[in-house]
Design a protein. Sequence first.
Length: 221
Amino acid sequence: MLFTGDTMGVIKVWKLEKGHGPQSRCCITLLDTLNLHRTRVTQMIYGAGQLWTSSSDETVQITTYPPDTSASKSVPPLIHPLPVRALLPLSLTPLAEPYVVTAYGDVIRLYDVSTVFEAEVAGEIDAHWHDVIAVRLWLRTSHNATGRTTIEPFIVSASLDGTVRKWKLSELLASTPNNPAEPMHAVVFSPVPEPRGDGTADELTEEEERELAELMEDEDS
């Protein structure tokens, strides 16, 4: 299946089939039209029978697809103060945790969606000084002197302020507007002013930069 979204908030579901023969073309069939948002759809992620969508209408929607005919009600939207430009359901990543990361304005927010009908804000940070446009999971692997392997989850964020930053998931869970994490150095990849932020962002080592480059290549493939 292929999901497409437009600036009017309409999502279309398509079936793609490869034709037969050496010069055959792909056959595209419209399966469904979903009116989930009031305006521009900014991101869509599908997995495990759920379609996660973010929009400029300041919401994130969680939609079961194909629809569950036995469901008595739909999942309430996750409402934000500003347009949502990025999301990352961690349940659909190798981490498989019941959280979803969202980004609105220069803020990164973490929701606990253990119960999707009663989602709660688990953490929030003022991460950048311009809009956050992408969030990804990075599992950093390290080895100590005894050969023991440790895997630590990070959230990597990219912003229109010209920076890419990494955040420990554990610190995101502990950071709230009323109890912000202590500020540290930003990860700056271009000559821009030092961004403000109340979260903890660490500088990347050369090895971590290589791992980050591999992560971005995996996302593009």
